[in-house]
Write a protein that binds this ligand. Sequence first.
Ligand SMILES: Nc1ncnc2c1ncn2[C@@H]1O[C@H](COP(=O)(O)OP(=O)(O)OP(=O)(O)O)[C@@H](O)[C@H]1O
Length: 249
Amino acid sequence: MRLWGLYKRFGTKVAVEQFALDIPAGSFYGVVGPNGAGKTTTLSMATGLLRPDTGSAYVHGVDVWAEPARAKRELGVLPDGMRLFDRLSGAELVTYSGLLRGMARDVVDTRTAELLAVLGLTEDAGKLVADYSAGMTKKIGLATALVHAPSVLVLDEPFESVDPVSAAHIRSLLQDFVAGGGTVILSSHVMDLVQRLCSHVAVMNTGRVVAAGTLAEVSAGEDLERRFAQLVGATDVHETVSWLRPSRG
Ligand SMILES: Nc1ncnc2c1ncn2[C@@H]1O[C@H](COP(=O)(O)OP(=O)(O)OP(=O)(O)O)[C@@H](O)[C@H]1O
């Protein structure tokens, strides 16, 4: 995937500017940055969910905004805070995602059952998505992103609200996907996870890429969390709120 010159402004707020990134096929790419850095805005522009003011996004050479249908065949997307069709059950949601992509019914049924099993949702397959917990909603969103076997997965905070056992399943599923030649791009706030999982990382701050490359290049011999703090100019973590002292008695 290639992102080039992406720019997005909301009113007077420039959310993303001069964003350029080459994501090699077969890489496991982490995008990190403080709250409001522009990660969601960037990933939305990269996947055809939010039109950039300027700039382009290409998936295997296909322009996401010029040829959306072709590009979307290659893409599996887990947007942040996604609005799902929540009057469907989990199984129905994944099934319809597959059918809408033109897949055969029997293939969709088999894959839906397998995905629900891997993600630990089999027992809740018949429950309405509206009644799912935050973590279950994240997992069913991931299943809809995977059902058509895309070649590039773009996941906005896929581990947020997910319990540790499910997170381990998701991690190994994504590692298998990359081992099989797929590309994963994910945003996360968990440096430890990015450090363990990703081959590459881009650090964003105030709408721009401040460092990008292989994990070794970006971390430059440091722990990623420490390097991240240096790159985004984080303030002293010992700063505190003086009045926040529980009074006893
Ligand atoms: N629809 C919108 N309207 C107005 N401003 C927006 C909109 N979407 C994002 N922004 C602003 O753009 C900036 C980047 O937001 P974005 O959600 O991309 O950040 P992020 O890096 O994903 O943050 P977080 O880590 O908190 O999820 C923020 O200042 C945000 O307030």
